[in-house]
Design a protein around this ligand. Structure first.
Ligand code: CO
Length: 497
């Protein structure tokens, strides 16, 4: 690789990166590929790997010279990498949302974005326009035979798993009302109650918030059908991006936030820009009993959470009367000012995300916390077979520097028992995405498999696909993709083994 952004592991941490390299990933995706055959520049694709990696993220960030205010307002674009018998092919498609199609036709933005993107024309053009643009850009998951592009404030879009063609907005066979919120963070229960399930939720926010918890079958003749659901009301505004599950509980962290919608209504700010960390209230853990667990039908239990703000959880499990939840805590909600240019953000000024363990003692009603790592991280995962159960290892994207915030440039494997860590780094010119764990078929050990990442290669201004051995993070294969994929959000591995 003549223009390699990639360096071998165990490189000493530093904060040497070029902001231009990082920011260059915020570009429009210019083409849509179909089953493009790929040849590794390094290593080879293991022949045991059979299935498809799906990733979602913002792919359209500019129209007619007008840029989104925040990349989270970019239209969803799905990238699919199919592995079969040592071969790899690449396809990508924009999700044909209603707004995407209208804006394609018009050649300009017609909608505001939740993260502050405005229609051209200033506040006058935006005032009282409270329409939400379902941009389908946050996650992509398989539910039975369906492929769903998710955006938490509205219904999923259903896609053809093979061609990635958009089939339309889905109510999941009438389970959802039109425009009903549906989380972008379903959790896949590997079989806590015999059969595997997709557990997810929708939240309706206001002075009181309602959480609708839903469990869907993922296998067999009833795949995709709703198995059970419940609805619970909670006091206060609830911004819930993610949650965690155990066999008995669905666990939410209700961040302590204030929401002042006035600047949104007046066309000055996006809805998410009206959120700020609250100085007057405490965050809460909301534990909702699952319908097939030991506490089915009982009311939720509420516990005070530590100070800070959480987007994402790693995992949760139960042990001796306690529920343990590992989450990525920030000091405060990282607000997005209308004046900020997202390409020029100063990482030094942002709070870092730290992996933190909370033990919720159910009988004593107490919560105790401990830190699992001091290094800024995001997008943490365990082996899918350990979802909701105690796991030995976690993999996550981390900043290259050992302390403070920074762009995500490396992958860490953390031993959750003895805190041993292994690091693979793409610094100084590479920037990593969410690591996906691809378990080896019939594997016995949690770390028997591969880690897949997309790396933005600042030298090539394009994306490299990197496959690491999950055990020691050694490089198994690197493919320089013929595509430039902006920094993405979430995705999944759909095995055909
Ligand atoms: Co997320």
């Amino acid at each position: 690789m003549s223009q390699s952004a990639l360096q071998p592991s165990s490189k000493k941490a530093s904060s040497d990166f070029d902001q231009q390299d990082w920011a260059s990933a915020y570009c429009n995706v210019q083409e849509e590929l179909t089953n493009k055959e790929l040849i590794p520049q390094k290593g080879s694709i293991p022949t045991e790997l059979s299935g498809t990696i799906y990733r979602n993220g913002p792919g359209r960030l500019e129209r007619n010279g007008h840029w989104v205010h925040h990349p989270f307002d970019g239209d969803g674009m799905i990238t699919a990498l199919e592995f079969n018998n040592g071969q790899a092919t690449l396809s990508n498609r924009f999700v044909r949302t209603k707004a995407w199609q209208e804006e394609e036709e018009a050649g300009r933005f017609l909608y505001r974005g939740v993260f502050g993107s405005m229609k051209p024309g200033g506040p006058i053009a935006n005032i009282f326009d409270l329409r939400l643009k379902n941009i389908a850009n946050t996650n992509v998951v398989r539910l039975g035979g369906q492929l769903l592009a998710l955006w938490e404030a509205s219904n999923p879009h259903s896609l053809d798993p093979k061609s990635l063609e958009t089939l339309g907005v889905s109510t999941l066979n009438g389970v959802l009302k039109t425009d009903e919120a549906f989380s972008a963070h379903p959790r896949f229960d590997p079989g806590h109650h015999k059969t595997p399930r997709m557990v997810t939720f929708g939240v309706k926010t206001g002075p009181k918030s309602t959480i609708r918890l839903m469990e869907f079958a993922t296998e067999g003749p009833h795949a995709g059908e709703l198995i059970n659901e419940r609805k619970d009301n909670f006091n206060g505004f609830a911004f819930l991006h993610d949650f965690a599950i155990t066999p008995n509980w669905a666990i939410f962290l209700q961040n302590s936030l204030d929401f002042n919608p006035l600047p949104f209504v007046l066309g000055q700010k996006g809805a998410a820009q009206c959120l700020s960390s609250s100085k007057n209230s405490q965050g809460k853990f909301l534990l909702i009993p699952r319908q097939n667990g030991d506490f089915a039908g009982e009311p939720p239990r509420i516990f005070e959470a530590p100070n800070g703000f959480v987007f994402h959880h790693l995992n949760a499990w139960e042990e001796e009367g306690s529920v343990f939840v590992d989450s990525i805590f920030y000091d405060s909600f990282p607000s997005i000012s209308p004046k900020d240019n997202f390409r020029a953000i100063d990482f030094e000024l942002l709070p870092e995300g730290l992996l933190t363990r909370c033990e919720i003692n159910l009988s004593k009603g107490e919560v105790s916390t401990s830190n699992l790592s001091q290094q800024c991280c995001e997008f943490a995962t365990v082996n899918p077979s350990k979802l909701g159960l105690k796991s030995s290892y976690a993999w996550m994207a981390i900043a290259e520097r050992s302390h403070g915030n920074g762009p995500l440039q490396a992958i860490k494997k953390l031993n959750l028992t003895n805190k041993d860590e292994k690091i693979w780094s793409a610094a100084p010119r590479g920037f990593v995405s969410e690591p996906l764990l691809l378990p080896k078929p019939n594997s016995e050990s949690e770390d028997d498999g591969w880690i897949n990442i997309f790396v933005w290669n600042g030298a090539r201004k394009a994306t490299d696909m990197v496959l690491l051995n999950a055990k020691d993070l050694s490089e198994e294969a690197i493919i320089e993709l013929p595509l430039s994929v902006p920094h993405g959000l979430h995705g999944c591995w759909a095995s055909t083994n």
